[in-house]
Design a protein around this ligand. Structure first.
Ligand code: GDP
Ligand code: GDP
Length: 433
């Protein structure tokens, strides 16, 4: 299951700076690929081959000063409940404050691994100033400077010691997850699909608390549905808090092959949906979108098209995604949803024969070669699909460093036009040959 590292602490201690540092290398790669950057508070990081999701809890604290402290306390509680490891960031230049002590108190009562991160230790002189953080009773402080990155290596060595190297999947069945904001119809769809089959429940080994998988095997389709809708929340924290649902979604999403992002037709696609979409994209998951409660919309022959366009504009540049208009209560397109999820799964797992790939792509490249750079001609000689969990292609050429993003996008579009990767993020690499 997902490894989640939550960064907690009061405002201004450097949480978002640390978040950016931990996620920066991955982000650079991915943003380069998808051409997007935006304000996000959760993202992927990797250290010595172990992947994890980092969440900046501070990014979810909104509102006026008086609700601030309560909100921070709430985020800390959710972090304890949901995260695998907690980084408690404090500021060496200001020392301990009352709010720090309070957060420490909450963390001491948890039984999650907690690391005290003494931030803003920009110079060796300040190392001794961290000694006061021993008073939290949470072990040795880690001296770091989020600004320069110093000390983060030692911290990460210890943080990732809690994580396993990713194991092979125990089941070969496709895994689907329905995600979306509260009330869009996730449980209704789950029930419609599974009916009384629902009692066939397979808990995921060791992680019964996090999600359950339901085995669907009807009408010629067999898959596992990772059920988040049926999850009961474990404590007083509200399910409507964005931070909480984001944590839940990340966990479910990382465990699935195809993400079924459900919207309410009345609301359209909102910021949080777009975040989930990009998270799925970043994680190289198959994706499809359901516009549910389609029965509640007054429509004519243009309505669906207009909806589709509005959604594709918002999820750009990755727009090659199935969009279905459903009504769970009217039983419209429920089976179509299953078929489409299966198709996305097929697209995600298929392997294009190398001969076919070269036949099609080399001709396209011959007609539209990459533009020469600094008077040098770029020659692409050979292409192959790299084995992996999602489609990846390596194009071998003489000067890979001269191939620019627009050409990469051109190649991606051509791959999509010729080989149907609907719903699937694909990766393209240019390599020296
Ligand atoms: P957050 O509110 O906890 O997310 O804190 P921010 O990451 O926004 O940082 C608050 C301020 O502290 C910003 O002005 C940062 O530039 C600064 N800051 C963060 N990390 C360091 C650091 O390692 N050293 C120094 N000197 N300043 C830092
Ligand atoms: P969840 O929070 O996403 O799991 O949403 P639920 O499945 O609990 O659905 C929330 C409400 O929306 C319930 O009252 C459902 O009956 C209703 N609902 C779900 N799907 C549809 C639909 O397609 N059309 C209409 N009109 N109502 C729906």
């Amino acid at each position: 299951m997902a490894n989640i590292v939550a960064i907690v602490g009061r405002p201004n201690v450097g949480k978002s700076t640390l978040y950016n540092r931990l996620t920066e290398s991955r982000k650079a790669i991915v943003d380069d690929f998808s051409g997007v950057t935006r304000d996000r508070h959760y993202g992927q990081a990797e250290w010595i081959g172990k992947k994890f999701t980092v969440i900046d809890t501070g990014g979810f604290v909104h509102g006026s000063e008086d609700v601030f402290e309560a909100a921070i306390r709430e985020q800390v509680l959710i972090a304890i409940e949901e995260a695998s490891v907690i980084l408690f960031v404090v500021d060496v230049t200001t020392g301990t404050t009352d709010l720090d002590d309070e957060i420490a108190g909450i963390l001491r009562r948890s039984n999650k691994p907690v690391y005290i991160v003494s931030n803003k230790v920009d110079s060796a002189k300040q190392v001794n100033d961290s000694a006061e953080f021993y008073s939290f009773g949470l072990g040795d402080p880690y001296n770091i400077s989020s600004m320069t990155g110093s000390g983060t290596g030692e911290l990460l060595d210890d943080v990732v010691s809690h994580f396993e190297v990713e194991e092979e999947e125990e089941s070969t069945l496709p895994k689907f997850t329905i995600v979306g904001r509260p009330n869009v119809g996730k449980s209704s769809l789950t029930n419609a699909l599974l009916g009384k089959e629902r009692n066939i429940v397979t808990p995921i080994a060791g992680t019964t608390r996090d999600a359950i998988r339901i085995h669907y095997n009807q009408f010629g389709h067999e898959f596992l549905l990772v059920d988040t809708a049926g999850l009961r929340r474990k404590s007083k924290v509200s399910e409507n808090i964005e931070f909480y649902s984001v944590m839940r979604t990340i966990k479910a999403l990382e465990d699935s092959d195809v993400v079924i992002l459900m919207l309410d037709a009345k609301d359209g696609i909102e910021a949080q949906d777009i975040n989930i979409f990009h998270l799925a994209e970043k994680n190289k998951k198959g994706i499809m979108i359901l516009v549910n409660k389609w029965d509640t919309i007054e429509k004519d022959h243009k309505t669906a098209k207009a909806f589709e366009e509005a959604i594709r504009n918002k999820i750009a540049p990755f727009t090659d995604v199935p969009i279905l208009f459903t009504s769970v209560t009217e039983k419209q397109r429920i089976f179509k949803t299953v078929e489409t999820a299966m198709e996305v799964y097929q697209n995600k797992t298929k392997k294009i024969p190398t001969s076919k790939l070269n036949e099609v792509m080399l001709e396209i490249i011959e007609n539209y070669p990459p533009p020469a750079n600094k008077g040098k001609y770029i020659k692409i000689k050979y292409v192959t699909q790299i084995p992996g969990r999602s489609p990846m292609f390596a194009f071998f050429c003489n000067l890979p460093q001269y191939i620019k993003d627009p050409y990469k996008r051109f190649i991606e579009n051509k791959l999509r036009e010729n080989f149907d990767f609907k719903g699937v993020p694909i990766q393209i690499f240019f390599r020296q040959k």
